[in-house]
Design a protein around this ligand. Structure first.
Ligand code: 5GP
Length: 371
């Protein structure tokens, strides 16, 4: 039996070491980047953070709000062609990307979108297990149909398959990580996974080692497992070109789904002054009611709940690989974005990196004792 003795690290196992810097302020750090791609002739400019295609997150409103920061929303798979065209027209092809599974019906849907839009969309081909042999061929078929689209595909977690998807699958950005998502249970249910940080490091190294004659590199998108802006910094410093986030954006204002509210109750004295007030889960029946969001039911896309809710039905041969839990209301998504971008800017000043593309070069890591 082969057991690799090389220890694989998670984001928690490392810290970024501060370096001498000429930067005087976080304001100087530039988070916008330009990307060229291995296959697509497009040039993309923006902040390479992507809202995950989990259904409660990728509302039209989310795409519009994140596009203001030049960030990407990977629209979920359950929109029909007309809805997609409508969102792409408003949020822009650069910042609203379309997720599909490994189905030829999805290619047909994309063709309709493309025709109505007058332009090919950018595409995220998203399957839980990107190791199936048929996946490389499917990606190649998507590339042959949409030759100028930016194509991101995964998930995989090891460097060799990244190279294969990029070279033979026509993929520009290989989407990596299996199992670390906060609503994912793959590690628990199947025992499959890899260290999050090592995955970024090794896959980034492999993808960046691929270069076209025109000097365009293979790229990676790290997907899942970032619980804090510190993890975001570690992923970018570790070699992620793009970063997909799910739970960090959950419970924010443009999310849609089963919100739980709480209601204001008050006791007033004879002069109508409030003497006591509190918030409670039951509607006291005031007219008009004063209510606020308390929590949102959030779920992994491989949970039985998601399969049932989105029409795939619970299949007896499949275990649920996703959780269902309430997440607290966090306020507008802009607040979370500012926290993440603030963390990245501060990280840039700690390591002396003025531009996001330099984070990987400037960062040095240390392994730490976790406990
Ligand atoms: P997070 O940022 O929440 O840690 O991770 C988000 C990522 O988790 C998603 O982009 C997706 O790749 C993954 N994910 C979402 N739902 C599920 C699920 O039900 N099962 C698994 N295995 N992964 C999921």
């Amino acid at each position: 039996m082969l057991i690799s003795q090389d220890i694989k690290l998670d984001f928690d196992d490392v810290l970024i070491v501060p370096q001498r810097t000429t930067l005087e302020s976080r304001k100087e750090v530039v988070l916008e980047r330009n990307f060229k791609f291995y296959h697509s002739p497009r040039i993309w400019t923006g902040i390479p953070i992507v809202c995950s295609n989990m259904v409660p997150l990728t509302t039209k409103e989310m795409a519009l709000r994140l596009s203001k920061f030049k960030m990407i929303t990977a629209l979920h798979k359950y929109y029909d062609a007309n809805e997609l065209v409508n969102i792409l027209n408003e949020a822009g092809v650069d910042y609203a990307w379309i997720s599909i599974g490994k189905s030829y019906d999805d290619i047909e849907k994309l063709k309709i979108v493309s025709e109505k839009l007058g332009k090919n969309p950018n595409i995220v081909i998203d399957v839980p297990n990107g190791y199936m042999e048929s996946f490389v061929k499917f990606c190649k078929d998507v590339r042959n149909t949409f030759n100028d689209s930016i194509i991101c595909a995964g998930n995989v977690t090891t460097p060799e398959i990244c190279e294969e998807l990029i070279i033979h699958g026509g993929v520009d950005i290989c989407k990596i990580q299996i199992g670390p998502g906060q609503f994912c249970q793959t590690r628990m249910v199947t025992g499959v996974g890899y260290g999050t940080f090592s995955c970024v490091n090794e896959c980034g190294h492999a993808a960046h080692g691929l270069k076209t004659e025109a000097g365009r590199l293979g790229l990676i998108m790290s997907d899942g497992g970032c619980r804090t802006s510190g993890d975001v910094c570690k992923a970018i410093c570790g070699g992620a070109d793009f970063l997909m986030l799910g739970t960090l954006f959950s419970g924010t204002d443009p999310c849609e789904g089963e919100w739980e509210y709480e209601y204001r109750c008050a006791i007033v004295n004879n002069d109508r002054e409030v003497v006591n007030e509190w918030w409670q889960p039951n509607d006291p029946g005031y007219d008009p009611p004063e209510k606020r969001k308390k929590s949102l039911k959030f779920y992994g896309m491989s949970s039985h709940y998601a399969q049932q809710k989105h029409g795939e039905g619970k299949k007896t041969y499949r275990a649920s690989e996703g959780k269902v839990e309430k997440v607290p209301y966090k306020g507008p998504v802009e607040d979370i974005v500012q926290e993440i971008l603030g963390g990245l800017r501060s990280c840039g000043t700690y390591i002396g990196a003025k531009y996001l593309k330099d984070f990987n070069k400037c960062a040095k890591f240390v392994r730490i004792n976790r406990k």
